[in-house]
Design a protein around this ligand. Structure first.
Ligand code: FMN
Length: 251
């Protein structure tokens, strides 16, 4: 690969772009209202309550020092299902909302550049107590699950979407984070994309530590077939697309 091409791609990791952007022209500074915190859903959609943060007593796990020390990528899982409390804890730890500030801003359990939180969390649920297999979406404002749809051969399709990596097939749940880039572009214009990539790392790191705390394991996945996974989720692949995944199961 040519040096010039490499240098072009490396630019993505730098912040030089900030000095050439006219920030007065971003949608935020032009007075356009912020996009919604959470992707809208049909009023009659099936929603499932998750145990609230203060009800998660059963999942008080190990101390933080031990969790950090034990953290590793775990690709073997037992057949034990994840409980609703445990799933609720993992969702709270990764994208939970602590305080809604206004219609466009909320403070969460993870940091985000400009408090933009440009992600949605989809779940490919295969083995969670009380839930049918299917694709769900986390609604952080309501702390609920939205049932999206189910598919035949879901576990196989999940594995195919990550180029045949096999552990999502036996995982209790695979977290699939999509980005809605406009949430970040609204504030940062074309300087939005690097910080989106940084932000999703925070989300997944919290998943690793939260899994350790409840005797579960996770493995991040950035090797996936973009078009296949976006099609599986039934999202448009332009204004919303997959950015990162992680499978979770009990150890
Ligand atoms: C951005 C990123 C992408 C990754 N993608 C994959 C993947 O697609 N498949 C996989 O098996 N592991 C993946 N991993 C896990 C790494 O292989 C793992 O973190 C690394 O080998 C270090 O092992 P440890 O996490 O146990 O410390 C990914 C990790 C990160 C941070």
């Amino acid at each position: 690969m040519g040096k010039e091409l490499i240098h072009t791609y490396r630019l993505f990791l730098k912040d030089s772009i900030r000095k050439v952007i006219d920030f007065s022209q971003t949608d935020q500074n032009r007075g356009i209202a912020p996009p919604p915190i959470e992707k809208p859903y049909p009023k009659d959609a099936k929603r499932i309550d998750l145990p609230q943060y203060d009800q998660l007593k059963k999942v008080s796990g190990i101390d933080l020092k031990t969790a950090i020390n034990n953290r590793k990528s775990r690709r073997s899982y037992s057949h034990q299902p994840l409980s609703m409390e445990e799933l609720s804890f993992l969702l709270w730890a990764t994208q939970g909302i602590k305080q809604k500030l206004d219609d466009g801003h909320a403070l969460r359990t993870v940091p985000s550049a400009g408090c933009r939180h440009a992600f949605e969390t989809y779940l490919c649920i295969l083995n969670v107590q009380g839930l049918d297999q299917g694709i769900y979406r986390y609604l952080p404002l309501e702390h609920q699950l939205l049932f999206e749809f189910t598919e035949e051969h879901l576990s196989k399709r999940m594995s195919q979407a990550v180029f045949g990596q096999s552990y999502p097939e036996v995982a209790a749940v695979t977290f699939i984070w999509t980005t809605i880039p406009y949430r970040m572009e609204w504030r940062y214009g074309i300087a939005a994309h690097k910080v989106i990539a940084i932000d999703v790392g925070h989300v997944c790191q919290n998943l690793y530590l939260a899994c350790e705390a409840i005797g579960a394991g996770t493995c991040a996945m950035a090797a996936y077939d973009q078009e296949v996974i976006d099609e599986l989720l039934r999202i448009d692949g332009q204004d919303e697309f997959t950015i990162y995944l992680a499978s979770v199961g009990k150890c």
